[in-house]
Design a binder for this molecule. Sequence first.
Ligand SMILES: Cc1cc2nc3c(=O)[nH]c(=O)nc-3n(C[C@H](O)[C@H](O)[C@H](O)COP(=O)(O)OP(=O)(O)OC[C@H]3O[C@@H](n4cnc5c(N)ncnc54)[C@H](O)[C@@H]3O)c2cc1C
Length: 407
Amino acid sequence: MDFEFNEQEKMYRDSLRDFLKKEFVPMVDRRDAAGPLTRAEAIDIMKKFQSLGIGLDPENARAFVGSPILFGIFAEEVGRVWPSLLTLFGMGALPAIYVPLASDKVRSRLLPRLEAAEFIGCFAETEPEAGCDTSTLRTTARPEGDCFVVNGAKTWISNATIADTALVGVTNTQTGTQTFLLLDREVSPWEAHEQHKIGWKASPTGEMFFQDCRVPKENELSALMGNALALGPRLKEVLPLSDGFMKLLTQMEPFTAMMTLPRAGMALAAVGIAQASFEAALGYARERKQFGKPIGRHQLIQESLYEMAVSIETARLLGYKAADAIVRGEPDARRLSAMAKVYAGEMSIKVTYRAMQIHGGAGLATEMPLERYFRDARMMTIPDGTSEMMKLVTGYTLLGKGFAAYR
Ligand SMILES: Cc1cc2nc3c(=O)[nH]c(=O)nc-3n(C[C@H](O)[C@H](O)[C@H](O)COP(=O)(O)OP(=O)(O)OC[C@H]3O[C@@H](n4cnc5c(N)ncnc54)[C@H](O)[C@@H]3O)c2cc1C
């Protein structure tokens, strides 16, 4: 059992940390408060990361989404500095993964954008009436000739307003079954409106509206999966996924397997937020004097620092354990990523609260990053599976078939 990163992982973390410090630390508070990134800003950021070897393009994706530990390090380090950026890569990765499987015609449009880091993707499942329960999607896809005609609305979709590509959950009106469609916005346009929220201020989130939106049938999930099967052993070369992840895909439903990585990522991003607020609290406890000594010498402050440190460390271990289970393709990845997401998300709220408390009145000042950490932490328990649903997934994986409490 090894609790250390290997040399490659350490180098990756250190260069990413230096890059984030140089590029984003000086401007993050000002820019985050100004609201959602524009598409041009988002592309500029994607290109900066690409210059570091991080991106969704085929050349870099294998060492990024295809390497769960590196993905976890990315989530933790970006969480520590600017959590709003995570959705560009997390949710954007879901449609990006399917691009290499698209038909020649579709691929020839989307691949150059991916390669140039000009691809902003979104994953659109949630609807006004379908939140945790996505079994009855009201967005419909009506087959008509060589197209599906899509009608309906989505809500709370990360990147919806700036995305050029979307993976959209729909109900097929002919079969009554649910599926996903890969939408290229220029070919299959949608309308989107920004939704405002308390944290992740720079991450665009929006409603999407589809009105008689025509999507070629070749963009439907089963057609994409058919292309995947036709590739045979070459699939491994084409898809930027690790062997372990491919193993997970054979053990559980594709969507269930897919969600293990973003959930482990969310857990580690929450660790990053908590770590940033903890470091601020530690510094303040050393410097701020009350009753003739640094507040760090008061026992209740030390107890609070203990609570913060032990819960951050626990969440970090759980997050990387989940990532490691994905590396190895263990079915337990589902339970571990769900547990990590709940524990780390809830932990980040408690830790950022304590960090503010240690700062006294200064912790409540809007000029301090503490309030951003607190607002960003509050976001972590809803997207990619609410804490309640993650607890039910854990219950089901522990108890087994027949015990799903959410069906
Ligand atoms: C910032 C942000 C970004 C998001 N990004 C995306 C995205 O990119 N793509 C996407 O598709 N969605 C996205 N979402 C939507 C997110 O996945 C949903 O908000 C989430 O699934 C919960 O759905 P809901 O908000 O409708 O809550 P509801 O489903 O209405 O739930 C309300 C409350 O009831 C609880 N609850 C529901 N069912 C049960 C049950 N069976 N047992 C116990 N408790 C239950 C929930 O946990 C929650 O506390 C995003 C949301 C936010 C806030």
